[in-house]
Design a protein around this ligand. Sequence first.
Ligand code: G
Ligand code: G
Ligand code: MN
Ligand code: NA
Length: 254
Amino acid sequence: LQMEHELRKALSSGQLEVFYQPRLDLHSKRIEAVEALVRWRHPEHGLIAPGQFIDLAEETGLIIPLGEQVLRQACQQTHQWRQAGEADLRVSVNLSVKQLRQGNFVSLVRQVLEETGLAPERLELELTESQLLDDIDNAINICRQLRALGVQLAIDDFGTGYSSLSYLKRFPVNYVKIDRSFISELDLTDEGAAIARAIIAMVHALGLKAVAEGVEIQAQMDFLAAQGCDEVQGYLLCKPVEAARLLEFIRAHG
Ligand code: G
Ligand code: G
Ligand code: MN
Ligand code: NA
């Protein structure tokens, strides 16, 4: 209860901050996208990771105003980088299925894009497999409307749910983000490599792009590049950092 009260206060007093983690395009060798990841800058406890408050936000429904703040901040920042000629990026924002179930989510996205000036194709929305499967027809319907706006969609944590070809085909998504548990197994076992290779092939067979998460060592990146994986994200490149640090990283790495 105390924590819920604190989180409400955080929402109303601007304590939530968006960090960014770069995504390297393995074809162009450039940072073409960043993932927006929320942090709570608490006045006494310092920086708090989302693992500590996202579940509470989900349970209390606070994920709806929280998600809206993150979406607005991420779109605003990304557009501002482009306007200033500092970086030309796509930004991916994590969604909760509760946000999708809000009656007016598609209009909210349209409104945020208009307000911030960000081009729709510069916004990507990430949903996890399990959340999409929860209410499949509604999810497909809303995903279609978001795609019609020009927004890109990604399935996050792929491989941790049913991971079936048939449902992947039904969702109008652009990107599949391979869960980091598969990437960490890559160099350990032949089986790990076979699974990663199979997921990339499946994603490509459907005409979608594969993104590997949690890339921590060069050998993983080399393997993924050899398999034609489209993008990588992980500590090897950069951890999630605040906006100013992200810009420094982009300046140094292109
Ligand atoms: O940044 P970090 O690795 O600590 O994130 C932990 C988890 O919190 C991840 O699963 C991530 O998807 C989730 N998360 C981070 N930011 C957001 C957000 O803005 N909205 C939602 N719904 N989840 C988020
Ligand atoms: O569930 P989602 O994919 O949105 O989670 C992203 C989370 O993964 C972020 O909290 C981020 O801090 C974390 N993360 C990003 N890169 C790495 C990595 O290379 N290794 C590990 N273990 N976690 C990572
Ligand atoms: Mn994510
Ligand atoms: Na993920």
